[in-house]
Design a protein around this ligand. Structure first.
Ligand code: PMP
Length: 378
């Protein structure tokens, strides 16, 4: 049996999600924009899921746009605001630890003439409201800050930073990549104090290829794609109805288990942290505030990929960092001040509520065996 500990990369779809997608494909095959009854059936289904997702985020259904995933949500948020407000206000601020879908979009916008300031964590790996406030200029249009960093599980103080920004600079738009926090932390759009929030279904046992962007009422956003009038003209293209059905079902299923999953992830996290601390040659890459779903550590003297493949040979699946960076040294660990040799041997373990402490014990036994075999071979 596989021991799957790479849930920050993606999760296994819940059986009820698989059923919802399949049922929708065979039964609700209309185009939501069609004017006849079969189209209407699809439209009703899409709008019911929109309501479910809106409730989970604490907003109204009209404020939710469906996208192909958080990469697109992040692109639409950043590029959409840059296009709407950026001519007069071409300055954008973001944390230096954002996911590639934010970071690389900002790099592209910089090449297109925008000014981008990236805020680095302090010596303790923390972000302060002051660090963000210090970057604000008269021409800042947007601040983007993720809620939970996907390689380390670090919880960024989005709510604190955004509330200060809202008070002092209410005209600046605030975007949050909430992918790793959605249905894992008790935030909603109000608590985050965000104008735009990106989420993705496949991190919560939903289907891949579907996500959403919350756009607060009154925020002016330009579409990135040109086409039809779907999603209020902000995201043209026929809605991915079966994936939307799966997204809604994933949220409903997750809702029933939010607390239970959190407690189980916490049990796994605590067990793993304790046993790793008892193991020589392992450093946990931990920062002051973390989520119990992700634990990052370095095994001295063994490159991440080498350990990853050793663990895979034992049927245990972990990650060497963000799945979206596919190898290469982690930019994010560097930003947190993790030295290069430690970053090169970093392993990310990420839990779902379905992992068990027995699995964690097998993981640690395998790591210790790997330390003996792999260091010896060097
Ligand atoms: N942001 C974060 C923090 C993520 O972890 C991910 C997924 N790795 C994304 C954005 C991109 O999500 P998607 O796979 O839905 O495009």
């Amino acid at each position: 049996m596989a021991i799957y500990l790479d849930n920050a990369a993606t999760t296994k779809p819940h059986p009820a999600v698989v059923k919802a997608v399949a049922d929708c494909m065979s039964e609700v095959y209309g185009n939501p924009s069609s004017l006849h009854g079969i189209g209407l059936q699809a439209e009703l289904l899409v709008n019911a899921q929109r309501k479910t997702i809106a409730e989970a985020l604490g907003c109204s259904a009209e404020e939710i746009l469906f996208t192909s995933g958080a990469t697109e949500s992040n692109n639409l948020a950043l590029r959409g605001i840059a296009a709407a407000y950026g001519k007069r206000k071409p300055h954008i601020v973001a944390s230096a630890v954002e996911h590639a879908s934010v970071n690389n979009t900002l790099d592209a916008l910089e090449k297109e003439g925008f000014r981008v300031t990236k805020v680095f964590p302090d010596a303790n790996g923390q972000f302060t409201a002051k660090a963000f406030l210090d970057t604000i200029t008269e021409d800042t249009c947007l601040v983007s800050m993720m809620a939970v960093e996907n390689e380390t599980g670090h919880v960024l103080p989005v709510s604190a930073v955004f509330k200060v920004l809202r008070k002092r600079y209410p005209h600046i738009i605030r975007h949050c990549d909430y992918v790793q926090g959605f249905m894992k932390t008790a935030e909603n759009v109000e608590l985050l104090a965000a104008d735009l929030v990106s989420v993705s279904a496949h991190k919560i046992h939903g289907p891949k290829g579907i996500g959403a962007l919350y756009v607060r009422k009154g925020i002016r956003l330009h579409p990135v794609l040109t086409g039809g009038k779907q999603e209020r003209g902000l995201r043209p293209g026929t809605e991915a109805v079966p994936l939307i059905a799966g997204f809604g079902e994933a949220v409903r299923q997750r809702h029933l288990k939010t607390y239970e999953f959190f407690k189980q992830a916490e049990r796994c996290y605590d067990a793993l942290e304790k046993r790793l601390c008892e193991t020589d040659g392992i450093a946990v890459n931990r920062f002051m505030s973390g989520i119990p779903y992700i634990l990052n550590f370095s095994v001295e003297g063994i490159r991440s990929e080498t350990m990853l493949h050793f663990l895979e040979s034992k049927g245990i699946y972990v990650s060497s960092g963000s799945a979206c960076s596919k190898g290469g040294r982690s930019r994010v660990l560097g930003a947190y001040g993790v030295p290069d040799d430690r970053a090169d041997s970093a392993i990310r373990v990420s839990f779902s509520g379905e992992n068990t402490v027995d699995e964690i014990n097998l993981l640690v036994d395998a790591i210790r065996e790997g330390q003996k075999q792999l260091i010896h071979k060097k």
